[in-house]
Design a protein around this ligand. Sequence first.
Ligand code: KIV
Ligand code: ZN
Length: 386
Amino acid sequence: MTNVVRIFDTTLRDGEQSPGCSMNLAEKIEVARQLERLGVDIMEAGFAIASPGDFASVKAIANTIKNSTVASLARALPKDIDAAAEALKNAKYPRIHTFLATSDIHMQYKLKKTPEEVLETACEMVKYAKRFCSDIEFSAEDASRSNPAFLYQVFEAVIKAGATTINVPDTVGYTSPEEFAALIKGIKENVPSIDKAIISVHCHNDLGLAVANSLAAIKAGARQVECTINGIGERAGNAALEEVVMNLNTRRDLYGIDCGIQTKEIYKSSKLLSSITGVRVQPNKAIVGENAFAHESGIHQHGMLANKETYEIMTPESIGLTENKLVLGKHSGRHAFEDKLKSMGYDLDEAALITAFEDFKVLADKKKDVTDRDIEALICRKVVQI
Ligand code: KIV
Ligand code: ZN
């Protein structure tokens, strides 16, 4: 089995479905260009049948992007597949991504179809999509709550019908890492034609496990992971691309998996998306949050100044940030304070440094963050400029 995992970004489709995250055509093209620079293998540009705007953006992205596969979502219906195929017709690497639910609850209440009908429709629609392009992904919606034996049957049939990627969505974010890994293992062991397709996973974050579930699935043999920048997506979102990728990169010892992402483009991608959508990233968000590389406590700052590896498991440079931040606040110690002064061009003698540090602590007790201006005001009478 290959040790490379494909990164399938769905920021422009599932991500855009999250409240407050809709984008216009120009914005979607800007994001798509950045995703191409980031090196995603596949970008899902939209859901062509959903609206004229979605159709236009899938088409425009398909015309623009040359280094990533461009996918459009389509329900398992001829009219959806026609729209997807038409929007993708100029793509250098097109993919039609069709889906149908396989869980009892979805089949009974949403589709009003028997399992036999679902199996037949899935096969027919994969065959139909195959007329337009060779790269076909089939998603078994709500796979994690489906009867595994039925899921194996559906996957075997759609692979025989021409699906090249079979996707296992945890549509409602219900599964756990152990359970999901067991499902992937079950698919590998019980779908005879599985070697002809790539196993993909698509995890939602309702219980906060989307990234953990995706990583467990990769360990169990999944070789495509679907994710979004900043983890945006329906409800609590999708697996965050930056978290999946940095886990794989930082813990090569654990996963032994590569991906083609240019990690130095991660921070820029995150910033671009939040500036376009106006949806801010929480400060303590892993990898791209404002505080992800910020250290305030004196003990941590002291350690960082001695050797960054004391408190840093990956470098800020690796995601495209220029440096870590030692934030001055009431928990900061003298080493960080002195370091800050030096970086601002000030060199205080020992006595001046002691009193300036005392003044700084008094101020820090009153103020959340102490800025460079505050520090200048504090030390202006005590400095010897260097
Ligand atoms: O969450 C889901 O099941 C989906 C599918 C359409 C892949 O987004
Ligand atoms: Zn989804």
